[in-house]
Design a binder for this molecule. Structure first.
Ligand SMILES: Nc1ncnc2c1ncn2[C@@H]1O[C@H](COP(=O)(O)OP(=O)(O)OP(=O)(O)O)[C@@H](O)[C@H]1O
Ligand SMILES: [Mg+2]
Length: 525
């Protein structure tokens, strides 16, 4: 029993005795009896140097389980249950540790903060005459009671309580199972469920460890993510919303989607995979944004294919240029809209990324992926919107070593130098490398995987060489044709100059003869 409680009970006992005593003392007037009782309690309270704070399970009108109660429960379960002997087991949905053991009712534990000892007890009261209750499941009112010495009042109420709430929330975040969300069509936003996003448990195993990439580049990205996730104060100081944009670009199969998974697993964030073509307009886009939670990554894959965001601006500008004001071409507009199936505009998307609303929730990463970075409107990917541009490229030898470790469990092999040489000479995506390394049957040994890869690399190299030779031959033929054409034209030009000269000369000669004839005969022939 905590000292505070001992005092309370002692006080109650003294108070009770005093009341009994007063009742028996019939000759004492009632006012005096009340005084005796009140002063006895006051005396005990004055003598009790311990303070108690109660944290009830349910608070407010919404009858939501109190955040503080849950945070304390998490905190105590993790940090202070060593002394407890009786536990309560709860099954928590969407948690990586579904079975949670917490202190049982009327159990008590101690905790120490900055050298100060505090007592926690878990209590339950059952209202006696209550036939109807708003409280879900049970009529019992549970609460945690914190007891500490009054000389530490400031430390406990200002630092310790804040500390356990933060810690408790962090534990909840660590325990929760992360989710992968996708946006529902707005036709399903109304009615009973009204969910804008559907989710499944996010269980993809890709991590930065398994991601094949040049090690320095990988480390740089990891550092960037760490800096971001710890940057709450920094972002507040510089007056920027706590969010960061990444643009991942590169050919298909170079690991853009895998990188997103690795980022989510690294930061322990949820992923919102936003399908833009299912979003009808900018208003819907904003509503979806509001419904996302913090500590999340919002992904728009293949941004160049999602919408005609690339050309919209330029086309509009062109339409304005021609007539000085916006040209109205309903047929063209309709055709365009049918093609798009969505009225989300570039400016709507820009607002989504860094408009006023983008700040709601905080701690959010937005990622765009594309195979064709040059196709994107510069406004969309400028720094501040997409803060970091990451090129995902063909496999290098360092990246291959990661894949060899993942797929074949090997760090080194006599065939590695051959493979290294081939990677210098040819291009292959990590997806293709992985496919070649993957054992084709249960009894295939590691060397077979490496040999398969060498064969594939050689075949790719040959193909590239053939393509290059064909291209060169084509270019040469084109050049020759061009030269021939030019020679022909030169020849033609020469010919025409020559004939012009002859005509001129003949003309002069004929003129001379005619003049002579005129002179001699007195008339022209
Ligand atoms: N860098 C990589 N590290 C590890 N595995 C990779 C990497 N790149 C590709 N892979 C493997 O290839 C598969 C395809 O990769 P991923 O989907 O990430 O490519 P992508 O760049 O997103 O392609 P797309 O442009 O077509 O969407 C993955 O499932 C993964 O197994
Ligand atoms: Mg992808």
């Amino acid at each position: 029993m905590s000292p505070g409680e001992m005092f309370t009970r002692f006080g109650s006992a003294i108070g009770g005795l005093a009341v009994i005593w007063a009742m028996f003392q019939q000759f004492i007037p009632p006012q005096l009896r009340e005084h005796v009782e009140r002063y006895t309690h006051k005396l005990v309270r004055f003598a009790n140097p311990y303070i108690q704070i109660v944290f009830p399970e349910f608070t407010g009108e919404k009858l939501k389980s109190s955040e503080a109660y849950t945070a304390i429960q998490n905190y105590l379960t993790k940090n202070a249950t060593a002394g407890a002997k009786r536990f309560r087991a709860d099954f928590v949905k969407d948690s990586s540790q579904p079975l949670v053991l917490s202190m049982d009712d009327h159990e008590e534990v101690t905790d120490v903060f900055k050298g100060v000892k505090v007592w926690w007890s878990s209590r339950k009261t059952t209202p006696k005459a209550m036939s109807f209750s708003f409280y879900p499941k049970t009529e019992d009112h549970r609460f945690y009671r914190l007891t500490f010495h009054r000389q530490h009042r400031e430390l406990i109420t200002q630092s310790y309580v804040k500390h356990i709430l933060t810690q408790g929330k962090a534990i909840a975040v660590g325990n929760r199972q992360r989710k992968l969300y996708t946006n529902n069509s707005s036709d399903n936003w109304y009615g009973y469920k009204q969910n804008k996003w559907s989710h499944v448990i996010f269980e993809h195993p890709a991590t930065f460890e398994t991601l094949a990439m040049e090690p320095n580049k990988k480390q740089e990205i990891m550092n960037d993510l760490i800096k971001f996730s710890k940057g709450k104060e920094y972002y507040a100081k510089i007056g920027k919303a706590w969010k960061r944009g990444y643009l991942l670009y590169g050919p298909p199969g170079t690991g853009k989607s895998t990188m997103i998974v690795a980022m989510a697993n690294f930061l322990n964030y949820d992923v919102y995979d936003l399908e833009l073509t299912a979003v009808k307009d900018n208003t819907e886009l904003r509503k979806l944004l509001i419904e996302t939670s913090g500590k999340s990554i919002i992904v728009i894959e293949d941004i160049d294919c999602s919408l005609d965001l690339t050309g919209q601006r330029k086309e509009k500008e062109k339409e304005e240029d021609d007539n000085g004001n916006e040209k109205d071409n309903p047929a063209k507009k309709m055709e365009k809209e049918e093609k798009k199936g969505s009225k989300v505009t570039l400016s709507g998307l820009l607002n989504f990324i860094d408009g006023i609303w983008s700040a709601c929730g905080g701690e959010r990463i937005i990622i765009f992926t594309t195979n064709y970075v040059d196709k994107l409107d510069p406004a969309l990917i400028r720094r501040g919107r997409m803060d970091k541009h990451i090129e995902m490229s063909y496999c290098c030898f360092e990246a291959f070593k990661v894949l060899a470790r993942n797929y074949l469990d090997i760090e080194d092999h006599p065939l590695f130098p051959t493979i290294s040489g081939l990677f210098d000479e040819t291009k292959m995506t990590p997806a293709d490398v992985a496919e070649n390394l993957m054992p084709k049957s249960d009894n295939e040994d590691r060397e077979t995987g490496l040999r398969n890869l060498i064969e594939a690399l050689k075949a790719t190299k040959e193909l590239e060489a053939r393509k290059k030779a064909e291209e060169e031959a084509r270019a040469k033929a084109k050049k020759e044709e061009q030269e021939k054409k030019e020679d022909g034209e030169k020849e033609e030009a020469k010919e025409s100059v020559k004939s012009d000269k002859e005509v001129k000369e003949n003309g002069v000669n004929n003129g001379g003869v005619a003049a002579k004839e005129v002179k001699e005969n007195g008339f022209a022939a």
